[in-house]
Design a binder for this molecule. Structure first.
Ligand code: AMP
Ligand code: MG
Length: 488
């Protein structure tokens, strides 16, 4: 088992609670093949026992046995407040497969379920499934999703819904919250075991350094800074950046009330439960920095043993202070490529920021604006660019375009070369909430075809995919304000 900790105070060994009479809602056959699962012509596993395994009914297929499923304990800060003990309340770690841990999310009550029913509803399972694979195709570090199985078993949220299980995968599901838990429990032994495990298996580059634990913290913080820069660059809002939802590997995990920006708003809040906008789009970098401060506090006992308390704090603080700089550099790199600026220029930050301001004030579609800019040929008159009509303030758009065109003239590459970079970084297709909603509503009526179709579109986000333009369209007015919340 990849989870490194043993003992009653770290995890519970248990069996998933079977999902009654399950059926396939979605299955990702490319990932399945990568895992060595034989897939038939319909794209489903040849061995029917996979349906049972991924619904929590059985632990064995022809080729694999998952002998020791567990749920793990962690703690965390929720919306900035220490929440104490949490844990895998509805996700059960089945075991390992080809370098991944397999988790069944929604597979029943565990010791850590608190008041919850251990289940996940169909809509949130489909959203996690689609978004994990969409993010992967966009090149964003993320947990993966292999399948969703559904059932007629009813579960109560705001109304009666049906249960589902999402199978998700990551090289490790260790979270910032795991460190926080064992720091709060004053268990330096468990902290050490976890850090040593991470050094061996996931951060080997830190092992030969002067202080591997400090290097480990720096590496986690760096990955996290780069991750959030990538989110900003594709207009992704996570929705619940509580420290228990932050991967120790710098992956996007725990997809809940996330959202891709349609009309761009810096202060967009995607989670209906986040009244104060703590996790609004423009706050994400700050919040991830804050989460790294939580991690630094939790890792302090590891660093203290070598340096003593005061010096250890100083070292951690110094490393933590590097976060904004790493973030800024990664952010600028993304946005330079998004604008086709291949030779760095010191004025690029203000060019990007003024564009984002303009997009914000004109409420233009985030994804489509960058995609349209990718098609813009600087040798043509910018005033005839159809993108111009998306901006209410055309004068402001013209002014920005003038400086953009002037900047492009400094570039040595050809239009074609620039365009190929831009089209490979500015997606045409992202998982807009309304697209997910359409697939969900069909699935709620037992038609899973749209889940499959949408998944296929999202798996190739940078291609034109002629004939599928409708999937690149901004939401129709009636579907512009779909509310998603922590209820899942
Ligand atoms: P989340 O907001 O999904 O990240 O969940 C926060 C915590 O609540 C985690 O410890 C989850 O395992 C737990 N949780 C959420 N929903 C349920 C549920 N339906 N049953 C049991 N535990 C849950
Ligand atoms: Mg969570």
């Amino acid at each position: 088992m990849a989870f490194p900790l043993q003992g009653e105070d770290t995890c519970q060994h248990l069996l998933p609670t079977p999902l009654p009479n399950p059926y396939w809602v979605g299955f990702e056959s490319n990932l399945a093949k990568e895992l060595g699962i034989t897939v038939d012509a319909s794209g489903l596993p040849q061995d029917p026992r996979w349906l049972e395994v991924l619904s929590g009914i059985a632990l064995e297929t022809h080729e694999h046995t998952f002998a020791d499923p567990i749920a793990t304990v962690y703690s965390g800060h929720q919306f900035g407040i220490w929440a104490g003990q949490l844990g895998d309340g509805r996700a059960i770690l089945l075991g390992d497969l080809r370098g991944y841990e397999l988790q069944l999310k929604g597979s029943g009550i565990t010791r850590y379920s608190r008041m919850g029913d251990g289940r996940a509803v169909l809509r949130s399972s489909i959203r996690e499934f689609l978004c994990s694979e969409a993010m992967h195709a966009l090149g964003v570090p993320t947990s993966r999703a292999l399948a969703v199985t559904g059932s007629k078993k009813s579960v109560l949220r705001e109304s009666l819904e049906t249960a589902a299980v999402c199978t998700r995968l990551a090289p490790s599901f260790i979270r910032v919250g795991h460190f926080e838990h064992f720091a709060a429990a004053r268990s330096t032994e468990h902290l050490t075991t976890m850090a040593d495990y991470l050094l061996t298996h996931h951060y080997p580059e830190c092992q030969g350094t002067d202080d591997p634990y400090l290097a480990l913290f720096a590496a986690i913080s760096e990955r996290t800074a780069k991750l959030v820069a990538h989110w900003q660059a594709i207009g992704f809002c996570h929705g619940v950046l509580n420290s228990d939802n932050i991967s120790i590997l710098g992956l996007t995990i725990d997809y809940g009330p996330f959202g891709f920006l349609d009309r761009f708003q810096m202060d967009h809040i995607c989670n209906h439960s986040d009244g104060q906008g703590r996790y609004a789009y423009q706050r994400q970098p700050q919040i991830m920095h804050w989460n790294m401060a939580c991690l630094a506090g939790a890792m302090l006992p590891l660093i203290e043993t070598r340096y003593g308390s005061e010096l250890a704090q100083e070292h951690l603080q110094k490393t933590l202070e590097e976060f904004p700089e790493i973030y800024r550099a990664a952010w600028l790199k993304h946005f330079r490529t998004k604008l086709g600026l291949l030779t760095p220029n010191p004025d690029d930050t203000s060019l990007v920021e003024s564009l984002l301001q303009l997009m914000h004030h004109n409420r233009v579609d985030f994804t489509n604006t960058f995609r349209a800019l990718s098609h813009f040929d600087a040798s043509h008159d910018a005033r005839s660019n159809p993108l111009r009509d998306q901006f209410l303030n055309r004068d402001a758009f013209d002014t920005w375009m003038q400086s953009y065109v002037a900047r492009l003239k400094e570039e040595k590459c050809s239009h074609a070369e620039r365009q190929s970079h831009m089209l490979a970084t500015n997606p045409k297709f992202v998982l807009r909430n309304y697209l997910a909603q359409i697939a969900i509503e069909k699935a709620q009526n037992d038609d899973f075809s749209e889940v499959k179709r949408l998944l296929a579109v999202l798996q190739d986000p940078f291609s034109e995919q002629p004939g599928l333009e409708e999937y690149a369209a901004p939401p129709p007015a009636a579907l512009e304000h779909i509310e998603v919340s922590c209820s899942s």
